[in-house]
Write a protein that binds this ligand. Structure first.
Ligand code: NI
Length: 391
């Protein structure tokens, strides 16, 4: 049997695994069934080592090449679903109310498992492949939690790769870019404190509502006056709360607002936070108020290493042909916690096509099973490129 036959056969099995995972979505770190499924498959494939319980439900499988010593590369898949109801009417739709695989992590997991089965059977490389199955990509920073538990040092991982499906990109096509691929996403809440009183006598109080209004407007200058126009930044104020509609003759004691900031450069991210602090402090003082900032750091900017991206592009081109690989795709303002791994080790994340489908995080979304085979071929080819064997 040729390698191509083997991959095609495994992809058929992997479609079954994907649908089984789709039926039983689990959230954040609470993935007992999913992680047991993954660990069970890895053991059945005969990988050399299966480590479980990393960051709760994270799993790592190690496959050592038959061609001797070499580098250790990490291939990462995310396993968690989203807290939402599914509306696909698929025969294998979620059996768990309020939970759904609406970001395709079921597909990512099945695709990496498929590649693992082939790699464990062939071992046609020098070095070690670390298969990283992480919990809590959707807002729980599972990648960071695994890193904090020693993921990279424990297994000696020297480079890291990830793949995420993309609706709208044709099945079998790939897209990536060197440098920033996805934004850093931080959140913040500001409490503006004044002194409440009767609305007919504003001089006897310190009005936090007027102060907050000015501060919200001033926040817009973070983009318009404090950011390089070629360096994308988004500031959105999404939350505002003060006083009561039932007490319109009362100036409240405080006003609260908050929002999110997206940046494409980790230096810009730090600079914007510093500008925000200054605007809030001096702006609040103008109105004799105090503004307290609750800064809630989110995922960092996802930054692809140029050299590793070139390698990823070569692998994708070998699988799909040059015409089907975008090498300088648009950056996106979403965030991804693989960014934590890319902060620690050089690597690259690529998009792979999900075809015409509902958008990610939409109740009608479904991972496209036809993407499993090209996805598996990408992983296998990448291992061959990075670990020095013929693909
Ligand atoms: Ni996702």
């Amino acid at each position: 049997m040729t390698a191509a036959d083997d991959l095609t056969r495994i992809a058929q099995d992997a479609t079954g695994w994907r649908r089984a995972l789709h039926e039983q979505p689990e959230l954040l770190y609470d993935l007992p069934k999913t992680s047991a499924f993954v660990a069970g498959k890895l053991r059945a494939f005969g990988v050399d080592e299966v480590a479980t319980g990393i960051a709760g439900t994270g799993v790592v499988g190690l496959i050592r090449g038959a061609k001797g010593a070499g580098p250790v590369i990490g291939l990462r898949a995310d396993m968690d679903a989203l807290p939402m109801d599914e509306k696909t009417n698929l025969p294998y739709a979620s059996k768990v109310p309020g939970m759904m695989h609406a970001c395709g992590h079921d597909g990512h997991t099945a695709t990496l498992l498929g590649a693992a089965q082939h790699l464990a059977a062939t071992r046609d490389f020098a070095g070690t492949v670390a298969l990283i199955f992480q919990p809590a990509e959707e807002g729980g920073a599972g990648a960071r939690a695994m890193i904090e538990e020693g993921l990279l040092e424990r297994f000696g991982i020297e480079s890291v790769y990830a793949m995420h499906n993309q609706p709208g990109l044709p099945v079998g096509a790939f897209a990536t870019r060197p440098g920033a691929l996805l934004a850093g996403g931080d959140r913040f809440v500001v409490t503006v404190s004044g002194r409440g009183g009767h609305a007919s006598a504003p001089t006897k109080s310190i009005d936090p509502v007027v102060a907050a209004s000015h501060l919200i407007a001033a926040c817009q200058t973070l983009v318009s006056r404090f950011s390089d126009p070629f360096d994308q930044v988004v500031v959105s104020i999404t939350y505002l709360d003060a006083g009561s509609a039932g007490a319109l003759n009362v100036i409240p004691d405080s006003a609260v607002f908050g929002g999110t900031i997206r940046t494409m450069n980790n230096e810009t991210r730090k600079a914007i936070e510093a500008h925000l602090r200054r605007i809030l402090k001096s702006g609040a003082e103008q109105f004799s108020c105090e503004a307290e900032l609750d800064w809630r750091p989110g995922y960092p900017v996802t930054v692809n290493d140029p050299g590793k991206t070139a390698l990823a592009v070569e692998a994708a081109q070998a699988v799909a042909g040059a015409a089907q690989v975008e090498t300088a795709c648009d950056r996106q303002m979403g965030s991804e916690d693989f960014s934590y791994m890319l902060e620690q080790r050089p690597g690259a994340m690529v998009w792979f096509g999900n075809g015409e489908s509902a958008e990610l995080h939409n109740p009608a979304y479904n991972f496209n099973d036809d993407a499993i085979l090209p996805g598996m071929r990408y992983w296998v080819t990448l291992v061959a490129r990075e670990l020095g064997a013929a693909a």
